[in-house]
Write a protein that binds this ligand. Structure first.
Ligand code: HEM
Length: 492
């Protein structure tokens, strides 16, 4: 058969294969277990008997995402759906159009731009911290719901820095729709089967469904907003329009439709993602009081040293805040919000390997045009003991302080900080500098002001709505997505 040289779990039913395992299982119960058994390149069966290649091999990943990026596209169905729903954006563009789009948009996310707009993010984070503080009675404890407050903050952060618009205050239609989408139910194997059917008959995408109604609302509302903004018809005091300015600059070739599509794409890519990482980071700090205390003390000492409130340059200064830097790297490594990155081969190819195949001992294997490839991130390369050592799955920021100790194998991963949390290659996360800044700003202000404690409930993490990871309380799954914490005010 086509992938005969690859090992993998025994085939499962023709109709759904391993689809339910992939999309419905708890984080930490599938890909990491398969990788231990079948190595860093194996195959699984999927819907209608389709086989998918699963890759955790550094050389293979570099090949697919970077060296042969022209050959490996985002899967066809994702591209057709996103093009129909959003319009022409980074997510669905062909290689050359994508390059042109990135060139236009890159300056909006450059390091210096992020620093220029960081005041907006500080303001939003201060407001959140003050509103939590006002709810904590003297010496009291408050239960907060991170999945409620943080996506609102990150959504406003993008709106107010990239297109001069405060969504949560100004536009209930957009905000309410995004909230509903964030709470949409967990997909099932049936959804995956339907997706495969649609991939063969894209016309089915035109049938009405809830998701399409939501997208239509976003598209018409954001289109209207974009027109107003481009014409300068709204008050935009204290905000920035880094993306809007780039897209409407004289040398930009973006149509009105493309402007709207890019904005919708950015809202999707950039709000739940950052919010989830911040929420999971705070949760992990609550679970590790000694790390939380050390981090707090470092932040206080740094503030005394520079003698002002820490700004973004301070938060990025690793000599000033080495432990903070290590904590953020570890949060982003362990709490990747994407379960996996998918690609489809547009031509026959040979994928090279760092580690030999468990079945044949070879260092490469062939794939045919149309082959789907899955690169698990959350339970994959980021936490693979082959790359990171025996404590790979542990949350241990100290590993970053022993820099010479970052294993050579982990260094083969060339994405951000030797992880794939932001992907790699020409389609790697456009907003990563912004996202890291946002994560640093919010976590530092929260830890500075509050003492965090877990609530005692057991949380399970799942891949929910889109491709991102969210949590539910064990035994109370029907309550839906939640990430609660207790907080008390620290003495100033
Ligand atoms: C912690 C937060 C974030 C994480 C973990 C994250 C992760 C990722 C990953 C893994 C990809 C690549 C997907 C692939 O290769 O198919 C990606 C793409 C993208 N991200 Fe992020 N992202 C985050 C925040 C943001 C933010 C804040 C923005 C914008 C304001 C953003 C905008 C984008 C865009 C536009 C793309 C598509 C890039 C392209 O196709 O060229 N992301 N992100």
């Amino acid at each position: 058969t086509r992938l005969a040289s690859l090992d993998g779990p025994p085939r499962k039913g023709f109709l759904a294969g391993h689809a339910a395992d992939v999309i419905q299982s708890r984080v930490g119960t599938v890909f990491n277990i398969w990788a231990k058994k079948y190595g860093t390149a194996y195959r699984i069966s999927y819907v209608f008997g389709k086989e998918i290649v699963v890759l955790g091999d550094p050389k293979a990943i570099h090949h697919v995402l970077t060296a042969a990026a022209r050959t490996y596209e985002r899967p066809m169905l994702d591209r057709i759906a996103l093009e129909q729903w959003f319009g022409p954006s980074l997510f669905s563009a062909s290689y050359d159009v994508h390059r042109r789009m990135r060139k236009t948009l890159n300056p909006a996310f450059a390091r210096s731009t992020v620093e220029d707009v960081s005041g907006v993010v500080f303001d939003l984070a201060h407001k959140l911290v003050s509103s939590w503080a006002s709810e904590v009675a003297d010496g009291g404890t408050k239960r907060i719901e991170l999945t409620h407050d943080l996506p609102r903050l990150t959504l406003d952060a993008i709106g107010m820095t990239t297109f001069r618009y405060n969504i949560s205050h100004t536009n209930q239609a957009i905000f309410g729709t995004l909230e509903k989408m964030g709470n949409s139910p967990q997909p099932t194997a049936f959804d995956e089967i339907m997706a495969e059917v649609v991939a063969h008959f894209p016309i089915l995408l035109r049938l009405p469904n809830e998701m399409k109604t939501w997208i239509a609302t976003l598209r018409s509302e954001l289109g209207r907003v974009a027109d107003e903004l481009v014409n300068g018809a709204v008050q935009t005091h204290g905000m920035h329009g880094t993306v809007l300015d780039a897209l409407t600059a004289p040398d930009s070739r973006a149509s009105r439709e493309e402007i709207v599509a890019q904005i919708i794409g950015l809202l999707f890519a950039g709000h739940e993602t950052s919010a989830n990482v911040i929420a999971e980071g705070l949760y992990e700090l609550a679970a590790h009081p000694e790390i939380q205390e050390r981090l707090h003390d470092e932040l206080v000492a740094a503030e005394q040293k520079v003698d002002h409130e820490l700004n973004l340059a301070d938060l990025e200064n690793n000599d000033l805040l080495p432990f903070f830097d290590a904590v953020i790297r570890e949060v982003i490594r362990c709490k990747a919000v994407l379960a996996f990155i998918s690609r489809t081969a547009a031509a026959d190819d040979v994928i090279p390997l760092q580690f030999s195949l468990s079945k044949t001992g070879e260092h490469a294997f062939k794939v045919q045009r149309g082959q789907e490839v899955m690169i698990p991130v959350r339970d994959g390369v980021n936490v693979d003991p082959r790359l990171w050592g025996d404590d790979a799955e542990e949350f241990r920021p100290e590993r970053w302080l022993e820099k010479d100790e970052i294993p050579e194998e982990a260094r083969l991963i060339q994405g951000w900080s030797n992880t794939l949390s932001f992907g790699d290659g020409p389609s790697a996360c456009l907003g990563r500098t912004f996202a890291v800044a946002e994560i640093k700003i919010v976590i530092s202000l929260v830890i500075r002001r509050f003492w965090l404690k877990p609530t005692g409930e057991t949380l399970d993490f799942y891949r929910l709505g889109g491709n991102t990871i969210k949590s539910k309380i064990r035994g109370r799954e029907a309550d839906g997505v939640t990430l609660p914490l207790y907080l008390t005010l620290r003495d100033e």
